[in-house]
Write a protein that binds this ligand. Structure first.
Ligand SMILES: [Zn+2]
Length: 97
């Protein structure tokens, strides 16, 4: 990033491209011209420079999202296990009758 490209961006605005989607409304952007990174949040409709604090916050969001996905998978597996266990109990009952 040179002072020249940065000055152009200040005057004309950044040329954003999406680098990463954290949630459907939270994204990390990069300016194609000056190479700076930004955070975009649709819920509050803002774009802010990407700094260490934002990096940490988004890492946290990403971890929460992964944990929520894991929890969903675990719940789905548990729901699948219940009918299987019930079926096995029925089979056990049939054996004894
Ligand atoms: Zn820029």
């Amino acid at each position: 990033m040179t002072r020249y490209t940065r000055a152009i961006c200040i005057v004309l605005g950044h040329r954003y491209t999406i680098v990463k989607k954290y949630t459907p409304t939270i994204r990390k952007l990069k300016c194609k011209r000056c190479g700076r990174y930004f955070g975009m949040n649709d819920d509050v409709q803002c774009i802010v420079p990407w700094d260490a604090e934002l990096e940490e916050a988004h890492r946290y969001i990403e971890n929460i999202t992964i944990l929520m996905e894991m929890e969903k998978i675990r719940e789905t597996e548990q729901q699948l296990d219940i009918p299987l266990k019930l079926r096995m109990d029925v089979l056990e009952c049939e054996k004894h009758s």
